[in-house]
Design a protein around this ligand. Sequence first.
Ligand code: NDP
Length: 246
Amino acid sequence: MSQLANKVALVTGGSRGIGAAIAKRLAADGASVAITYAKDASAASAVVKAIELDGGRAIAIQADAADVGAVKGAVEKTFATFGRLDVLVNNAGTAIPKTFEETTLEEMDRVIDINVRGTLAATQAALKYMKSGGRIIMTGSAVGERVLTPGLVAYSATKGAVKMFAQGLSREVGSRGITVNNVQPGPIDTDLNPAAGDWAVPQKAATALDRYGHVEEVAALVAFVAGPESSYITGANLTVDGGMNA
Ligand code: NDP
């Protein structure tokens, strides 16, 4: 169970939802974990406490993904605290569900800044510290490949960008023994996409399993990609969507 013993992971947006489950799972697998958050310090410290209660090591860092200086600072603080950086999970992300024509340019900028620019900035900063065996993992989205419902035009464009970023970067860092992969969740029950929300009915209906996914089901795939058994997987888009894109 300690496949990540002596490894250090940074999970952006790790205080709630999918990121919190990823942070807890990587810690359970033996990694020391840093998480970032934007606003909710108490949720972030609850994740840190839960990991510590289980015997793990964790820290929380306030760093808005839209603020490049803060993102770089989070990478540097992770390295300064734990002395290395092996796994970066670019998970912080947001959606502003609206039709494209109703979405303002400011709203589009916000989604692009967090989902794409923040991901690029964190990755560039992390690569300075990563050695052979390193893992860069994106939380992309199944809608980065196929969009089955309206209201997610700008969001799906950002997740398509994340997908191509992972594919392209895998070509540049493969010779250093670093893998880059894009985990693409389908509808997962979180504050961002509640299974009981207005937008849930068509999403659930579009899955082959006829249900929303749980955050732990995404974390299990991320843990595999973060671990040593995924050593020959890179530049891949790995979908965990209950068959939504089947
Ligand atoms: P949640 O809204 O439940 O959680 C978001 C997390 O990210 C929180 O920890 C939040 O912290 C943090 N966060 C939000 N904005 C920022 C920011 N600007 N800078 C740093 N941290 C931030 O979302 P999910 O768990 O549902 O989503 C996580 C990722 O998964 C996103 O990239 C999303 O696009 C992706 N995804 C989600 C799906 C779903 O159905 N839920 C499906 C496919 C992909 P704080 O509270 O402090 O802001």
